[in-house]
Design a protein around this ligand. Structure first.
Ligand code: SD4
Length: 340
């Protein structure tokens, strides 16, 4: 079957104007005004190429990011590396927000969401997958083996078995015990504990300078049955354009979706902003519109084609990983609200 091609060139009216209105807290950041296509920028990019490969991911997922870095150093493609990296967390039973061992919904079903995006602009996603652990790899199969971008629920699972994925019970004894405890006084408000956002979103640049990404999660703990967040939504949880850069999100998915956060960041970078300034503007859109922003966390990380990295979040405490030149470090993100 012929694969539908993702439209590569996009334009977002008004972004250029909005770019001048970043939070005052963000104004210290140098916003590049040089076009990515200028000679100066191309020279910078050529110089930066020495520093490739690079892998970045949300939170302190040291092993996952190291895995991606190792794959990239061994000449694997950006997409191969991103998927191998996030699989470390999908298979980590102690991580209650990604993959097997993830917290279930209110009825006790673990449902996973994931998406991937490649340097050619192609993408794939799966949502509400109840029986397969490696959902980022499954999303890749949707991208490569079907004419579609997204498969949901049973359809995604049946497709996965045909592709050789194993059927598994994703609810571990520990997650079941926590869920049973939660049920004693269930709190139905979809508010994420700001200490416990562990979706892994990863962006990789391989030795050729090509960018790919993956985002995978079990979503909000004890969510409503059928709820899907931002993580598998191309443009919200993940977006990249190989000519510009990429962005991923973690945190309260509903708010990321309302502002199409990752797409917004890439478009802001296309219009000349640095990854840092673009992440800050994407967070500004949320905090200025939503008075309840103190109640939830959202964090973005972004990388541009030259390998510059940025990150910003609502609440202090978000960190991300960066692998470059054989060094895998945990970096503190900038934030709007200080934890008291
Ligand atoms: C979601 N963005 O489903 C995810 C939540 C998250 O760790 O980041 N959880 O809304």
């Amino acid at each position: 079957m012929k694969r539908r091609k993702f439209i590569k060139k996009t334009a977002l009216t008004g972004i250029g104007i909005a770019a001048g209105t970043v939070l005052s807290a963000c104004n210290n950041n140098s916003e590049k005004t040089t076009s990515i296509h200028s000679t100066e920028e191309k020279n910078t990019m050529t110089n930066m190429r020495n520093q490739f490969p690079i892998a970045i991911c949300t939170w302190a997922f040291t092993n996952a990011n190291a895995k991606a870095g190792e794959e990239l150093s061994n000449n694997k493609s950006a997409l191969d590396a991103a998927i191998s990296g996030v699989e470390v967390e999908e298979e980590n039973l102690k991580n209650t927000t990604v993959g097997k061992g993830g917290a279930p919904d209110r009825e006790g079903n673990v449902t996973l969401d994931a998406c991937v995006m490649n340097s050619d602009g192609d993408c794939g996603a799966v949502v509400c997958v109840n029986t397969i652990t490696n959902v980022a790899a499954l999303a890749r199969k949707v991208m490569e083996e079907t004419p579609h971008v997204m498969l949901a629920g049973e359809g995604a699972e049946e497709f996965g078995y045909r592709q050789g994925f194993k059927k598994e019970n994703l609810l571990t004894e520990a997650s079941k015990r926590d869920w049973e405890e939660w049920k004693k006084s269930p709190e139905y408000k979809p508010i994420i504990n700001i200490e416990n956002h562990d979706t892994i979103g990863m962006l990789t640049i391989d030795k050729n300078g090509d960018i790919a990404g993956a985002c995978t999660t079990s979503g909000l703990s004890y969510k409503m049955k059928g709820r899907v967040g931002d993580s598998p939504i191309i443009g919200s949880g993940l977006f990249l354009d190989n000519e510009i850069g990429g962005a991923v999100a973690t945190g309260m998915g509903e708010e990321v979706m309302k502002t199409v956060g990752s797409f917004l960041i890439v478009e802001l970078m296309r219009n000349g902003m640095s990854p840092q300034a673009a992440c800050e503007e994407a967070i500004r859109r949320i905090v200025t519109k939503n008075k309840r922003h103190k109640d939830f966390q959202i964090a973005y990380i972004a990388i541009n084609k030259a390998g510059d990295v940025g990150s910003y979040c609502i609440h202090e405490g978000f960190t991300y990983m960066k692998y470059q030149n054989g060094k895998n470090e945990n970096i503190k993100s900038g934030f709007v609200l200080k934890t008291v």
